[in-house]
Design a protein around this ligand. Sequence first.
Ligand SMILES: NC(=O)c1ccc[n+]([C@@H]2O[C@H](COP(=O)([O-])OP(=O)(O)OC[C@H]3O[C@@H](n4cnc5c(N)ncnc54)[C@H](OP(=O)(O)O)[C@@H]3O)[C@@H](O)[C@H]2O)c1
Length: 259
Amino acid sequence: MVGIIGFGKMGEAIARGLIEKGVDIITYDVASERRIEADSLGVRVASSNLEVVERSDVIFIAVKPQVFTDVAGPLKGKVASGKIVVSIMAGVKSARVKELLDIQRVVRVMPNTPALVGEGVMAVCWCGDFSDSEKKLVGDMLSTLGVVVEVQERYMDAVTALSGSGPAYVFLFLEALTDAGVKVGLPRDVALKLAFQTIKGSVRLFELNGGIPRVFIDMVTSPGGTTVEALHVLERAGFKGIVMDAVEAAKRRSEELGG
Ligand SMILES: NC(=O)c1ccc[n+]([C@@H]2O[C@H](COP(=O)([O-])OP(=O)(O)OC[C@H]3O[C@@H](n4cnc5c(N)ncnc54)[C@H](OP(=O)(O)O)[C@@H]3O)[C@@H](O)[C@H]2O)c1
C-alpha cells in the first residue's frame, strides 16, 4: 500500500497517477473536504497520519514545508526501517526529514505542477541506501507523473528555481505573448490561441527533433526580416539576462527557506 500524507494539489496528483497503475492508496489530510475528495477518487482515508504510516510500505509526504515539524512529531520513531519515505516538500533537506522522523534514509523529490496532467518533471535524490529494486519501485511510481531526473541533493535549490517554479515563468511568457498580440491589434481570444499554439508547437518541434534551441531560432530568423527585429529588441533589453537573474533569485530564496 502507498501512503500519502497531505492530499492537496500534489498529493492528489500523485494519487491520480498511481490509481491508473492500480496501486492501493491510503491518505490523511487535516482538511475534511480534501478527505472527501480522496474518498471520491477511490483512495482509502485514514483517521490520522500515523495510520497512514503504519499501513503503507511507501509513504509520500506532501504537506507544506511549514507544517512538517507538526506533522513529524507524532510519527517520530514510528516508521519501520524497511519502509520508504518520499518527501516532495520544497526546500526541506533530507537531513531534517531523517532527524524529525528518526529514519536512516529518504527519497527527496522536487516535482512541478504539470505533474497534475502526467507531464511533470521530477528531480529525485536518493538520500541514503536504497536497493535497485526499491529505486525501480519508487521510480516507476514517479514516472506516472512525468519525466524522472536523478540529481544530487546539492542541486535541489537550483532545480526548485528552474523546474519547480518554472511553470510560473512559462505562463507569464504565455500571458506576455498574448498581451503583445493585443498590442498589435488582435482580439484577445485570437491572440491567446495563437500564443498558446506557438508555444505548444515549438515545444513539440523541439521534442521530436532534439538538439539545441539556437537551431530553431535560426529557422525563423531570415536576414533583414521581422524576427531579427524582435530578437534585437529582446537582446538589447537583456531578455536572457533577466531570466537568468530570476532563476538565480529563486534559488537564493529556496536556500533561505531551507535554512
Ligand atoms: N505546488 C507546486 O508547484 C509544488 C512544486 C514542487 C513541490 N511542491 C511541494 O509539495 C508539497 C505540497 O504542495 P501542494 O501545492 O500540494 O500544497 P497544498 O495543496 O497546500 O496541499 C497540502 C495539504 O496538506 C494538508 N495538511 C496541512 N497540515 C496537515 C497535517 N498536519 N496532516 C495532514 N495534512 C495536512 C493541507 O490542508 P490545509 O490546506 O487545510 O492546511 C493541504 O490539503 C509542498 O511541500 C510543496 O513544497 C509543490
